[in-house]
Design a protein around this ligand. Structure first.
Ligand SMILES: C[S@@+](CC[C@H](N)C(=O)[O-])C[C@H]1O[C@@H](n2cnc3c(N)ncnc32)[C@H](O)[C@@H]1O
Length: 219
């Protein structure tokens, strides 16, 4: 299969972290041309906009979960030039693309890039962060609701989560009950759940939506 042929079917058919590593190693160089641009994928921009609207206390130290090629961080730095953004992703090839992303002033979007498997408990020396965000990574065969728990120790008390979840994945995998369990444990505040369009009008996938979980951690 050529890289140009990679797309949603392949992305949704992965099952394990190793499958993800293989897929994104092949896809990294053409992910933006063959998918983001070709399919008018607006998810990274939409998550940056949600973050900007809702996270009003202007955190500085933030983490991009499932960074990919770095589009979400890039859009966020356009709206919030003051943020210091670190990257976390399982794919070294996707992180290598993210490392090239620049802010409006030409400086790098990301300060540090961490290769981590978020199906496991992870840490880095820069934690705790004041906020984290994610687009496109809580989806079929990537990260499920059980992985939300792996994000919590990365945040300071009151740290924000702004996490996009594929709509069908949200319903099929029981994100609602995992959030209720975390709330009952006192680990998070009452979550707000928004809906966003993942593709621009005119895209063949227009109409596909994601949920956005917005909550704060109680550590
Ligand atoms: C569809 S891409 C989304 C990238 C970017 N956030 C965007 O919206 O364009 C999904 C990303 O999740 C990453 N990923 C998949 N499984 C992962 C895991 N177990 N741990 C960390 N990252 C993972 C992939 O490497 C890939 O970069």
């Amino acid at each position: 299969m050529s890289d140009e042929a990679l797309g949603l079917d392949e992305a949704y058919s992965v099952k394990t972290p190793e499958d993800n590593k293989r897929l994104y190693a092949k896809w990294a160089a053409t992910y933006e041309s063959s998918f983001v641009d070709a399919k008018q994928y607006r998810y990274p921009k939409a998550i940056a906009e949600c973050f900007n609207e809702i996270v009003t206390d202007r955190p500085i130290r933030v983490l991009d979960i499932g960074t990919g090629t770095g589009l979400t961080g890039m859009y966020l730095t356009r709206l919030r030039p003051e943020v210091v953004v670190d990257a976390m992703d399982i794919s070294p090839q996707m992180l290598a693309q993210a490392q090239l992303k620049q802010r409006s002033d030409g400086s790098p979007v990301y300060r540090r890039l961490y290769e981590r498997d978020l199906t496991q408990a992870v840490l880095n020396e820069s934690a705790p962060y004041e906020a984290l965000f994610s687009s496109g990574t809580f989806t079929h065969g990537h990260l499920g609701p059980e992985c939300l728990r792996n994000l919590l120790p990365l945040l300071a008390n009151n740290g924000w989560l702004v996490v996009g979840v594929n709509n069908e994945h949200f319903e099929a995998k029981g994100f609602e009950s995992e959030l209720a369990a975390l709330l009952a444990l006192g680990a998070i505040t009452e979550p707000q759940i928004l809906r966003i369009d993942v593709y621009e009008p005119g895209s063949v996938h227009y109409g596909d939506q994601a949920r956005v979980i917005i909550t704060r951690v109680r550590n």
